[in-house]
Design a protein around this ligand. Structure first.
Ligand code: FMN
Length: 129
């Protein structure tokens, strides 16, 4: 299994745009056994993706060409024994308005098996305002 974490830029997407992305994510990912989560803070996406190498390769190629975001930067790219969010075909993790509350809420929502260094990257992303 491969697991990647990336950030990208997408200033000004609306809630409907994000919902449309999530719809496609869920049906495609379910078919391919890809799992993960997606955060959007109004300017940037952060996405964790996990799945078989060939499936992730397929998706990363599409993501690289998707005009709805740009400037993808890989923060982590690892071979893992097991997926950490097997039940999430693509979980939207919502960031609450209040930054102080945001970290606390997020800490409880992230999957338990997430590697500490990945968890830290996600927590740092959430603290950006
Ligand atoms: C931030 C972001 C995350 C995405 N995540 C996924 C995903 O997890 N799975 C997926 O199938 N498509 C995802 N997409 C959509 C793909 O880029 C692409 O539009 C979709 O796979 C359909 O590709 P196609 O039009 O070539 O069939 C995402 C798009 C964006 C902007």
């Amino acid at each position: 299994m491969r697991q990647v974490l990336y950030i990208s830029s997408a200033p000004g997407l609306g809630g409907d745009d994000v919902a449309a992305i999530l719809d496609v994510c869920r049906s495609n990912n379910e078919q391919r056994g890809i799992t993960g989560f997606l955060l959007y803070n109004g300017r940037n996406f952060m996405q964790l993706l996990e799945g078989a190498e060939a499936d992730l390769q397929w998706l990363l190629e599409r993501l690289g060409k998707d005009p709805r975001h740009s400037g993808m930067v890989m923060l982590a790219d690892n071979i893992v024994d097991a997926t950490v969010c097997p039940d999430w075909s693509m979980q939207e993790i919502r960031l609450v308005e209040d930054v102080a509350q945001r970290r606390e809420r997020l800490a409880g929502e992230l999957p338990e098996g997430l590697a500490p260094e990945i968890r830290q990257l996600v927590m740092n992303f959430a603290a950006l305002n």
